[in-house]
Structure formats: C-alpha cells, structure tokens
Ligand binder design. Structure first.
Ligand code: LLP
Length: 421
C-alpha cells in the first residue's frame, strides 16, 4: 500500500496534490511519501519480531539524506556499499553501530573511514578483501566485526542483471569453500568473525529462492559452529520484490517473508539482519513529468515527456515496467488511447513504454510514474547535459525540497579549462 491516491480528481502524495508540487518546484521532479517509507519499514520490523533483529535500509535504493533520516529516526540500520553512502548514513544521524558495509570492492580508504567513524560489521566478499581488511585493522590498532558473504548458488529467478546468488556471479565466497575461508578469517589479526551474510538478488517475486538460500545458511551456521566459530549474527540481505503493475500478481508480503525467516533460521539463536531497499522505498516515490508534445508518428502516437532515461533509467536498462498515470483523474468510462511514452534524449532507448494504453492526454498535461522511489533518482545522470532533477519529501499536508534542481551555471561550473585553452 502507498499514499499516492486520487482525491477530488487529483493525484495526491499524502494530503498534497502533486500538481501543486509540480507548479512550485517544476518538472520533472521525484516526490516521496514519508508515511509510505515509515509504513514499509515497520512492516519488516513487525514481521521479524520477536526475533532480535535490525532492519538495515539498502541506501543504494534511495540515498537522499532526508529519507535516510526519516528511517534512521525510527531506529533503522543502514546497508551501505561505498564511502559516499557511509557518509550519507552518518550525515542522517545514523550511528556507526547501525551501519553494515557491503560490496565486492571496498577500498582500504573506505575501510579506514568506517573503522575510524564506527561500523557494525563489514560483509566481506573475498579472500583478498579479508586480508586487506586485516592489514588496515592492524595498522589502526582496531578489530573489525565481520561476516563473510556466501554465494549459495541459488537461482533468484529475477532479471539477470540483478541476480547475485549464482556461482557465476561476482558476489560472495563459494559456499563450498566456506569452512576453509572462515578458518583463515578466524586466524587473521584484527578480524572478529560474528556471522554469515547472504544476498541472492533483487525484485524477487517468490519466496522459494530465499528459502533455498536460508536453509543453506542454517546448515552452514551449524557446521561453522561445530568448527569452533561463534556465529551469532545472520545478515539475510534484501531483495523482496514489489508490485510494479496493479494488474500483476502481488509478490509475497513482508509478513510471509518474516515467517519464512523464522522457519528457516529462527531456531539458531542468532540476531537477524535484513537489507531491504526496494520494498521500503520503491512505492514510496513517484516521478512527476509534463508532456511536452503529443506527436503523431507512423502508426503510433508518441507522448514526449520532459523526463528522460537519464532521470529514470530502469525501463531502458532492464526493460522495467512502471505504471504511468495522469495527475488529473480520468473519467471512469474513458476509452484508452495507445501511446509510446518517450523522453527527449537522442536515442531510441529513451523509451519508457511502448503501446501503453492510457487515457487521451494533451500537451502540457502532467503524469506520474509510479513505483519510482527505488533505483530512480539514485541512478540518474546528466546525459544530454540535463541537470539532475529535484527531490521533494511530503509529510501529511506539507512538502519540502530535499534536493534542489541545480542551475545550468552550477552544471557548467564543474568543467574547467586546461591552461592551453
Ligand atoms: N543488499 C545488497 C548486498 C544488495 O546488493 C542489494 C541490491 C540490496 C541489499 C537491496 O536489494 P532490494 O531490497 O532493493 O531488492 N538497480 C536495480 C536493482 C539493483 C539492486 C542491487 N542490489 C533495479 O533498478 O532494479
């Protein structure tokens, strides 16, 4: 459930008409709902209770500091994958002991930053990373709590670009070699082995792949304990999918996911961590855009929007579907018109939807892309020299700009001329 609903014929974010935000801030603009963010975070904490647990929001899905602070103030932990994300979590007031550091390519500089400022754990993904972390710890005279991310060789049955749990993927250590690598970790100075980490992919729409992975983690926990490791924490990753289309079958609910966790690993007496991103932020955001032109092509009509692939890349990158709805509520019995919905960027890949049935729309009308909170703004670029678009956070009947639209001067000021020009 989200808080973007029609009221009095106008699509609202909570109690604010999106058209009002568009009029004040301009388009395109990302708009997030505080109530939806909070609700989705709470669904997870409720689903995991009474197990001891920490829900670590995957910062990569939506990293605006105001969003992180909204969740952090509720007690959320953060899952970060770079020094930049670590800094964002800290800027949002999240203490280091609620931040887990994931990612296959952590640099020594990033390790030093987290070790100096505070970290709950590193999710280590390879032997070279383990050795590097040990060296950094020794040089700083500190100890790092770690899990090893295991690759369980499970098919997450999701888009190939976001599946991470098969042995051919770059992530984690092979589960078959876990004993050997845990033994090495236990012997390294500056390393404190606290648990196991797994993350098999994103936008999972069934529970079975999670079940397969978590059963393997449960087995491994028993084995590693028998080998003398004090496994007391399990980080089970993120990945629970969301409904992108109202006509699709709904993916499993957090409550069912929580029940699965309890069934598969709940008996082990471990503290549970999860790293959801999309389920918290995805349906908490929309992208609002204005129709620049309606163009009649050969055999098809194009809606040319002021948003483009550089603002929301998911359709061009993954063939992803986002529902597109007019801000003005269409009449119930309206006959749909079929459009190709595109942006102004100069490549055919800048297509949001092909042959999409929509109510008849006109130049100047406003539309919203639903489910654009996760992996929307964070994946934006300035391709075609289009400055990044602003972000707005709504809370009940008020809203605030949480990232301003940069001016063209600011964009140009970042380029500098070499002395010979
Ligand atoms: N933990 C780790 C280690 C991850 O790599 C990810 C996502 C998550 C947690 C959060 O997964 P979520 O709950 O959001 O599914 N750009 C793609 C998604 C990439 C996901 C990368 N890793 C998209 O737009 O679909």
């Amino acid at each position: 459930m989200d808080h973007f609903l029609y009221r009095n014929g106008q699509l609202h974010a909570e109690d604010v008409p999106l058209a009002e935000i568009a009029a004040t801030v301009g388009t395109p603009v990302y708009c997030y709902s505080t109530a939806t963010l909070k609700r989705h975070y709470r669904l997870f904490t409720e689903a995991l209770s009474p197990l001891p647990h920490l829900v670590c929001f995957a910062v990569k899905s939506l990293s605006n500091v105001a969003v992180l602070k909204t969740l952090g103030d509720l007690g959320a932990g953060m899952d970060v994958v770079s020094g930049g994300e670590y800094r964002r979590a800290r800027a949002a007031g999240v203490p280091g002991d609620r931040i887990v550091f994931s990612g296959v390519g952590k640099t020594r500089e990033e390790m030093r930053l987290a070790l100096t400022e505070g970290i709950r754990q590193f999710n280590v993904e390879s032997e070279p990373e383990l050795r590097a972390l040990s060296e950094v710890c020794v040089s700083l005279g500190v100890t790092a709590p770690i899990t090893l991310r295991v690759n369980p060789d499970v098919d997450a049955r999701t888009h190939e670009k976001i599946a991470t749990g098969k042995k051919e993927n770059k992530f984690g250590i092979p589960i078959s070699r876990a004993s050997e690598i845990y033994a090495e970790a236990a012997g390294l100075p500056g390393i404190d082995v606290v648990g196991i980490d797994v993350h098999i992919g994103s936008q999972l729409t069934a529970l079975e792949p999670f079940e397969q992975a978590y059963l393997k983690v449960a087995d491994l926990t028993q084995r590693l304990r028998a080998e003398g490791h004090d496994i007391r924490r399990l980080d089970l990753g993120g990945g629970l999918g969301i409904p992108y289309s109202r006509s699709n079958d709904a993916p499993p609910l957090p409550l069912d996911y929580g029940a699965l966790i309890k069934r598969t690993v709940g008996h082990l007496g471990c503290e549970i961590e999860i790293e959801p991103g999309r389920l918290i932020s995805g349906n908490a955001g929309v992208l609002v855009s204005r129709i620049i032109y309606v163009k009649q092509g050969e055999g098809r009509d194009f809606l040319i929007l002021d948003a483009a692939m550089n603002d929301l890349i998911r359709p061009s990158m993954y063939g992803a579907h986002h529902d597109i709805v007019p801000l003005a509520e269409p009449a119930v019995a309206v006959q749909p018109h079929v459009y190709d919905v595109v942006g102004p960027v100069c490549e055919t890949g800048d297509t949001f939807a092909r042959a999409r049935p929509l109510p008849a729309l006109r130049q100047g009308d406003l539309v919203a892309f639903r489910s654009a909170g996760a992996y929307g703004a964070v994946m934006a670029s300035e391709y075609n020299s289009r400055p990044l678009i602003p972000e707005v956070l709504v809370k009940e009947d008020h809203f605030a700009v949480i990232r301003a639209r940069p001016s063209f001067d600011e964009m140009l000021a970042r380029d500098t001329l070499p002395p010979w020009l």
